[in-house]
Ligand binder design. Structure first.
Ligand code: SPV
Ligand code: MG
Length: 457
């Protein structure tokens, strides 16, 4: 769907008609898209330049498209429309629903598309290429304007990013994403550095830009980073410290691995803290006693909690939370502990009735069959409750397959840690082997890149 909102609906003067009449010509159409909460001199410059070529049409990107591109709006869509309408020199404001311009170009066939020249490089390049291809079909042209990047604009950009990281904006983002994404993709983070990777990694795939939607603070990787086993040994204060490190440098929503949640009397305090910090969800697993990592399965002794006791923990947690944004997700270990599908489904139903905002189903099988069967059967009686999946062992499954069976979240729970460890180990071995560092250098991140990886304030 493509919307169009003429400025005339809001003002009594049709600027474009007046200008056309004054100039006595059929004006060319110049299109630009705004993906911002604040109009600064960069935008003003674009519009000023655009006016020299003809009638200026501004597209305002929808919430869904902004969220998809990690530009979580802090001003609502109507507010952003009004900002554009009020700008001097803008003749018409329309809605742009995708980051890619295809539908807009098909609809208004602009003679020109104007944009800052920052889209000549980096992840925005794919958008420019796409626009160029579309325009070339009928002789339209791109106008690249030198990107305004002075101290003032930098400060505005940084402020917008900081605002998006505030708890009240970040916390609700997981629910927002669940509404708009076919499947929410989360990746494990356990430090500021891994947080930056989750935040900034963008790839082009099939002419689209792709990136992770959310971050998973895994108990396994948080413990491993501290050289500790994944047995709830790393205490909550320390886990909160990890969250804080990640939050300092990111804006994406956080799903926290809360292990068993501990004693119900302790869990309520954890919920209160996580919610206040701006975490979007906690996932607790229905195990009790000394928790071991699920990927051990039945090789180690693990005890599943009773349905009644675990439901009580969920109920108490839900009673404690203060906003509608925060989610408590119940993780079912029945398949891991080989208690069967019926047990998993019965537990899912009970946990949802107790107030769980989502269900995580875990499996350590090499194929996704049992997880997909669970999703299909759960969806027969519950079409709404989000299902979370963690395809660590059944890694052959695709996101599309999971989504087709009704899964809403996919968590890549440990791959960053598992890729970093062998790389670091090999570097350490080679330095010992060659008695110098030259041989390892070519596979290392250049010093210049590591210095600039971290944003300055
Ligand atoms: C974690 O990442 O800590 C998890 C998922 O709980 S798993 O390791 O697969 O149990
Ligand atoms: Mg864990």
């Amino acid at each position: 769907m493509f919307g169009r909102l003429n400025k005339n609906a809001y003002s009594t003067i049709d600027l474009s008609a007046r200008r056309s009449a004054q100039m006595g010509i059929n004006m060319k159409v110049v299109y630009t898209c705004f993906c911002t909460d604040v109009i600064h001199e960069g935008h003003i410059n674009i519009v000023t330049q655009a006016r020299q070529y003809g009638k200026v049409v501004v597209g305002v990107l929808t919430d869904a498209a902004m969220i998809r591109f990690n530009r979580f709006p802090t001003l609502d869509f109507e507010g952003r429309m009004r900002l554009a309408e009020k700008m001097e020199g803008v003749d018409e404001v329309i809605i742009q629903e995708d980051m890619m311009y295809d539908k807009v170009i098909d609809s208004i066939r602009p003679d020109y598309v104007i944009h800052g020249d920052n889209w000549l490089e980096g992840s925005l390049r794919v958008i420019r290429d796409n626009v160029e291809k579309k325009l070339s079909q009928y002789g339209g042209k791109i106008i690249d304007v030198p990107y305004t990047y002075n101290e003032k604009v930098k400060r505005i950009d940084a402020r917008l990013k900081e605002r998006a990281a505030m708890p009240e904006y970040r916390r609700k983002r997981l629910r927002q994403l669940l509404d708009i994404r076919p499947i929410v993709k989360a990746i494990e983070v356990h430090s500021g550095l891994t947080g930056l990777i989750a935040e900034k990694t963008v790839v082009e795939s099939n002419g689209e830009l792709d990136q992770f939607d959310a971050m998973w603070i895994s108990s396994l990787c948080d413990s491993t980073a501290k050289g500790k086993p994944d047995i709830e040994l790393v205490d909550m204060t320390s886990r909160f410290r990890t969250i804080d490190d990640v939050m300092e440098v990111t804006t994406k929503p956080i799903i926290f691995d809360g292990d068993t949640g501990g004693l119900t009397e302790h869990f309520v305090y954890t919920v209160r803290t996580l919610e206040r910090m701006g975490v979007s969800a906690v996932i607790i697993e229905d195990k009790t006693g000394l928790k071991k990592n699920s990927l051990f399965g039945t090789e180690v002794e693990q005890t599943q909690d009773s349905v009644e006791h675990f439901c009580e923990k969920i109920r108490e947690g839900k009673k404690t939370q203060l906003t509608d944004d925060f989610m408590i997700i119940a993780r079912i270990e029945s398949l891991i502990l080989e208690r069967g599908m019926e047990d998993a489904l019965a537990r899912a139903k009970a946990y949802v009735e107790a107030g769980a905002d989502g269900i995580m189903i875990h499996s350590r099988k090499k194929t996704p069959d049992e997880v997909l069967e669970f999703c299909d059967r759960f969806r027969r009686t519950d079409s709404d409750t989000p299902i979370v999946t963690v395809p660590s062992s059944y890694n052959c499954v695709t996101e599309e397959e999971l989504a087709a069976h009704g899964a809403n979240v996919v968590i890549y729970a440990n791959q960053l840690t598992r890729s970093a460890f062998p790389a670091m180990q090999k570097t350490a071995e080679d330095i010992l082997r060659y008695h110098r560092a030259q041989e390892v250098d070519e596979r290392l991140l250049p010093i210049q890149d590591i210095i600039t990886l971290i944003d300055e304030l």
